[in-house]
Design a protein around this ligand. Sequence first.
Ligand code: NAP
Length: 249
Amino acid sequence: MGAKNLLITGGSRGIGAATARRAAEAGWNVAINCRRDLGAAESVAEAVRAAGRRAVVVPADIGRESELMAMFAHVDAELGPLHGLVSNAGVVDVAARVEAMGAERLARMWAINLSGSVLCAREAIRRMSTARGGTGGAIVNLSSAAARVGSPGLYLDYSMSKAAIDHFTTGLAREVAAEGIRVNAVRPGIIDTEIHAGSGHAERVAASLHLIPMARLGTADEVARAVVWLLSDEAAYVSGALLDVAGGR
Ligand code: NAP
């Protein structure tokens, strides 16, 4: 078989973009999803092509099922059979205590961070499961160290969505293990990306160094290396793992 086909949600910047680059080096063709910044996604696609692999940009809002379904159809048509999924698209909201969180905020958080990952996994399994004529594959979900620490006073809604991703990873890994599909999660600590601007607390990140035993932020590339390893045959007996990439935190 030639190169395998990988879909990365939220692949236009940050951890998703770094994963696309590392995955291409490891031999994957890559479908790069994003919601709005098509120019950024296209430059990631160019990097994948420069590494000698195929790339396609597949825009969709992961929080909307109809767009997500169209995205998978787009990948089918452009790349062919799917062998890997990295469920990476995720958001934080502005820092707030629970007293200030409304239903609209919570619905958006669950739709993108939680339902988006579950529905992407569903579509990937429909294509990869050996019970459905597929050849198997690997799913990596982006959780967060926040799932363990709760992020009180900042974004408890976000940490709850990631704790649910941990639970989903554990259960789904067992559900599809006999169908050739491995399911794992990576739990990054505080990584130097643009996501922190979304909480309105980018400066708080710099002030969080004392919480990290290694006393530095992680890089997107350091997370990407763990994701690509979990996708690879080197991790052939690894499923249901929650891998902390968090500087010892
Ligand atoms: P980022 O730099 O903010 O990038 C987020 C990516 O997701 C972008 O490509 C963005 O594309 C896309 N995206 C956002 N909402 C989307 C939606 N509704 N539909 C489709 N794409 C969407 O984030 P990051 O820091 O790389 O984080 C990636 C993942 O790692 C997230 O799941 C995050 O929760 C997790 N994580 C990050 C950290 C950290 O410290 N950075 C720590 C732990 C876990 P557009 O720009 O086009 O919207």
